[in-house]
Design a protein around this ligand. Structure first.
Ligand SMILES: Nc1ncnc2c1ncn2[C@@H]1O[C@H](COP(=O)(O)OP(=O)(O)OP(=O)(O)O)[C@@H](O)[C@H]1O
Ligand SMILES: [Mg+2]
Length: 416
């Protein structure tokens, strides 16, 4: 210090009623993606920093695994994880695992940026409400410092059930399915506390608070009042399906039912930070997946042989997008996190394969020959190639071209 006095640590305390949102100067519209490293989320259904998302799904479909993945890998400076009325061992997992994981940005243990609010299923129901509100207020406190904060709540259904029980005991007039009439209002006021804001103060610092809530409707029924009330406020919907979970396709997020209303506003972000063709490729891949649903309907009715070779190729490519791109193992060292750059390259390779094989089909190479190409194995294994060796994935494009060239010269010879 200037006057020679030594510095002294002081601790600060703020008191704030948790049900009241903390004030800010101005709300801005979100413009950057919350990068999660989960391919289906970042590429197809991105959530913005300062945005809201919900993950509804039946029991065992992977809600908790997704929330844990976001807590581990989302590019936020602070993560607030609320375990609301769920199993205690899941909180223990976080507590044991996070100190061992290193945050790639700060190079410090992940635990240092994480706030855990543990409210397990054996605690009194009134505490569930307290856990949700405490969590979001702590998150706002860090947002007010100008930080990027991400909040995960697993599961908001347990909070809603607590509201139902308390309202029943207060003998209030019940609404839909016995939930209180103010269920929707409470849920929206919770999610509305998310956002990108200019904080109070003269330095105009910007803070973001993203909120991602899991919802566990009984039987995975999306008409459940908690799901419906949540969908009315959030902008991103990641729909978990038990059919996909049963097939061990994880993350079991339906690519046909999910949506992100941030896709348009994040277009410039992806174009600038990843690649100008990122959004175009994503749209092409989505069209292929949607087309697959229609083609499968025909296959169910009349069999795969009734399809033209072009349609059979389309089916093969959509299978490749599902298995080689969307499928992501949260427990694999490399696969657990994929950078945007790698996501872009992986999808680009699959689409390159499609473009080139479409040409080969029209030059008379049979669909069977294409299906048995050796390079397909490489495409399938590409996601396990570490980030440091991205060039190895990029060379697969040249290998596709080379194998197709050798195939066409062979077919010409046999034809002659
Ligand atoms: N991305 C993933 N990669 C690998 N396995 C996964 C993935 N997602 C889910 N699983 C598997 O699914 C199982 C159930 O997931 P999880 O516990 O997250 O479900 P849940 O929806 O939270 O269930 P509940 O409603 O009971 O809380 C996990 O134990 C894991 O084996
Ligand atoms: Mg769970």
């Amino acid at each position: 210090m200037k006057d020679g006095k030594s510095t002294k640590d002081i601790s600060l305390m703020q008191v704030w009623p948790v049900r009241i949102p903390r004030p800010y100067k101005q709300k801005l519209s979100p413009s950057k993606a919350l990068v999660t490293g989960q391919r289906i989320l970042d590429t197809f259904f991105p959530v913005a920093q300062g945005g809201t998302a919900c993950v509804p799904g039946p029991f065992g479909s992977g809600k908790t695994v997704i929330q844990h993945q976001l807590a581990k890998w989302a590019n936020a400076e602070i993560v607030v994880y609320i375990g609301c009325g769920e199993r205690g061992n899941e909180m223990t997992d976080v507590l044991l695992e996070f100190p061992k994981l290193i945050d790639p940005r700060s190079k410090e243990p992940l635990m240092k940026r994480t706030v855990l609010i543990a409210n397990t299923s054996n605690m009194p129901v009134a505490a569930r409400e307290a856990s949700v509100y405490t969590g979001i207020t702590i998150a706002e406190y860090f947002r007010d410092m100008g930080m990027g904060v991400a909040l995960m709540a697993d599961s908001t259904s347990r909070w809603a059930e607590a509201m139902r029980e308390i309202s029943g005991r207060l003998e209030e007039m019940p609404g839909e399915e016995g939930y209180p009439a103010y269920l929707g209002a409470r849920i929206s006021s919770f999610y509305e506390r998310a956002g990108k804001v200019i904080c109070l103060g003269s330095d105009k610092r910007e803070g973001t608070l993203s909120v991602i809530g899991a919802v566990s409707p009984p039987g995975g029924d999306l008409s459940d009042p908690v799901v419906q009330a949540t969908l009315r406020v959030v902008k991103v919907f990641w729909s978990l399906e038990d059919k996909l979970a049963a097939m061990r396709h994880f993350p079991a997020i339906s690519w046909l039912n999910s949506y992100s209303l941030y896709a348009d506003s994040l277009e410039t972000f992806f174009t600038d930070t990843v690649d100008p063709s990122f959004v175009k490729n994503q749209k092409t891949a989505m069209r292929i997946l949607q087309n697959e649903a229609e083609l499968q309907e025909i296959v169910r009715l009349v069999g795969v042989d009734a399809l033209s070779e072009r349609d059979q190729l389309a089916l093969e490519v959509s299978r490749s997008i599902r298995e080689d791109f969307l499928h992501q193992n949260a427990f694999h060292d490399v696969d657990t996190y994929t950078t945007l750059k790698k996501q872009h390259i992986l999808l680009k390779i699959i689409l390159h394969f499609y473009e080139r094989t479409k040409e080969s089909l029209s030059q008379g190479i049979s669909i069977e020959t294409i299906k048995s190409m050796k390079v397909r194995n490489k495409i399938a294994r590409a996601k396990y190639i570490p980030e440091q060796e991205l060039s190895k994935i990029e060379t697969i494009a040249a290998e596709i071209d080379a194998e197709l060239a050798s195939l066409s010269s062979k077919e010409i010879k046999t034809g002659a």
